[in-house]
Design a binder for this molecule. Structure first.
Ligand SMILES: [Zn+2]
Length: 192
């Protein structure tokens, strides 16, 4: 079943009725409704799939569990090439409107979503939050891709060449420094 995601939901009604939402957010829709996600990635490559179940538990927590899946393109900070990353977030979020409810929800190990009294939720914003949290702080290819997809183009010199270069370089640098340190050398340059 693939239904369009509602733009506003009353979490009380949804959790009372045990509503399930299943479907996907099209590229076109996420383009306008998830601006923060689109700013954070180079490209969002397709539909964002979601499965969300609203319910209440025995303690009276009103919560939503489920999954959101997306595929984004990021720039690897190791090789600077673009790569595709699958985001797969498991959700377990309690809706709270008081500190008491928050404390209880935290004790039950839910993530917390605070909202004002009578406030309606745009589930797209909520899913966007979760996807943003799932993005790596420093985007990089997997370790296993180093030398394959993640190819850092560095030419390694032979160790002997390096040592030889080092020697001659340090001499010439010293010489240059002496020249500029010498006031007569500067005078000579001025006269030219
Ligand atoms: Zn890379």
């Amino acid at each position: 079943m693939n239904e369009r995601i509602p733009q506003r939901i009353d979490f009380r009604r949804y959790t009372d009725q045990g509503v399930t939402l299943d479907g996907s957010i099209s590229l076109e829709e996420s383009g306008t409704s998830m601006p923060r996600l689109n700013d954070a990635v180079l490209e969002n490559t397709g539909d964002i799939k979601y499965h969300l179940e609203f319910d209440t538990d025995i303690l009276g927590n009103r919560f939503m569990t489920g999954q959101v899946l997306a595929q984004v393109v990021l720039q690897c900070q190791r090789c600077m090439d673009n790569y595709t990353l699958d985001l797969n977030c498991d959700l377990s979020i309690a809706f709270v409107q008081s500190e008491l409810a928050q404390k209880q929800a935290e004790e039950s190990n839910y993530d917390i979503f605070w909202l004002a009294k009578k406030e309606l939720i745009d589930p797209r914003t909520l899913l966007e939050d979760e996807l943003l949290l799932a993005l790596p702080q420093i985007p990089m290819h997997e370790e296993s891709e180093i030398g394959k997809a993640c190819d850092v183009r560095v030419t390694f010199l032979e160790q002997d060449d390096l040592m030889a270069d080092d020697d001659s370089n340090s001499h010439s640098i010293e010489k240059e420094q002496n020249d500029t340190d010498n006031p007569f050398a500067i005078l000579k340059q001025l006269k030219k």
